[in-house]
Design a protein around this ligand. Structure first.
Ligand SMILES: [Mn+2]
Length: 304
């Protein structure tokens, strides 16, 4: 059966079975529940989130409407509910569910505060949790892997992979607590800053990253899939060894996709990965009014 195995900041996922990969939910509980439904419909799958599970826009449908091209279809931020649902899911399947640390989660454990949707999203989110939940949130996020490697040759990061040298010791000794964000953000100063914030990497950088990773991996890693940067069509082949996945945030519903990889297969290039793209909502017509999503939101929750 497919399962994750984690050593510090790196996790490995091995089959037989499928690996379902979902990126950047940003507090979209509906898309989370849909991903869980897909995962639970298979008896032997693993589910991987590519980070930025939490922090969505705090906008009314009316304020959202003019920004639909940038924000995608309307949803209410439900980060607190998503957090509780994620903890529940992981306790149900401890070795079959993982999330990679995203820059938005990092803000809860010492990373720079993120202000994409509110002046301080970590504070906004935490203000709707109980004290015990805030402690649990930080403890949980602190244990999320920074990199995931797989038996099928596809490695995963939140941002685009950097060429900076690393090994198990360097990864595990790097503190997520950022003392000086300006120094931290300079290229070459902190591996985590580069893993979380890069939006693109040329082939040479990806191959250098894969070289470092392959020193630590039993199965050769050939291509990297990352989230963080939304691709309007739901995914983008950046080049032969770099693939971008955009499952939820900033997407129209008909463009939302996930990856379904067979762990005992081999994927050598981004073009092989591209063939494993599946629509998140196969029944959705091409174009949809964002207010329709709002209208049937409660129905979806009842079904799930
Ligand atoms: Mn991000």
């Amino acid at each position: 059966m497919a399962r994750f195995r984690q050593e510090g900041r790196i996790a490995w996922v091995e089959g037989p079975g499928d690996l379902i990969v979902v990126s950047d939910l940003h507090g979209n509980l509906r898309d989370f529940l849909r991903a869980v439904q897909i995962f639970e419909s298979k008896s032997d799958a693993c589910l991987l989130f590519l980070g930025d599970l939490y922090h969505g826009p705090y906008l009314s449908p009316t304020d959202w409407a003019p920004h639909v091209d940038k924000l995608g279809d309307f949803y209410y931020d439900q980060s607190p509910g998503l957090f509780r649902a994620f903890l529940h899911l992981r306790s149900k399947y401890p070795n079959r569910v993982r999330a990679i640390l995203g820059n938005h989660e990092h803000a809860h454990i010492g990373g720079p505060r993120v202000a994409k949707f509110t002046p301080d999203e970590a504070a906004s989110f935490e203000s709707s949790l109980t004290y015990a939940e805030r402690v649990k949130l930080a403890r949980d996020i602190d244990a999320w892997p920074w990199i995931v490697a797989s038996q099928c040759g596809v490695a995963f990061t939140h941002g685009s992979p950097p060429p900076t040298a690393f090994d198990q010791d360097k990864l595990n000794n790097e503190s997520p607590v950022v003392q000086n964000p300006q120094v931290w953000a300079q290229p070459g100063n902190a591996l985590l800053s580069e893993l979380l914030w890069r939006r693109f990497s040329p082939p040479h950088d990806v191959n250098t990253f894969l070289g470092h990773l392959n020193h630590m991996s039993e199965h050769a890693q050939s291509v990297v899939t990352y989230g963080h940067e939304p691709s309007p069509d739901g995914y983008q082949v950046q080049h032969a060894t770099l693939f971008n996945l955009s499952t939820s945030f900033a997407m129209k519903r008909d463009k939302k996709v996930y990856l379904s990889l067979a762990l005992d297969s081999r994927y050598e290039t981004s073009f092989d990965v591209e063939e494993q793209i599946v629509p998140l909502y196969p029944d959705v017509e091409r174009t949809i009014d964002p207010f329709d999503v709002f209208d049937d939101f409660d129905d979806t929750l009842d079904e799930a």
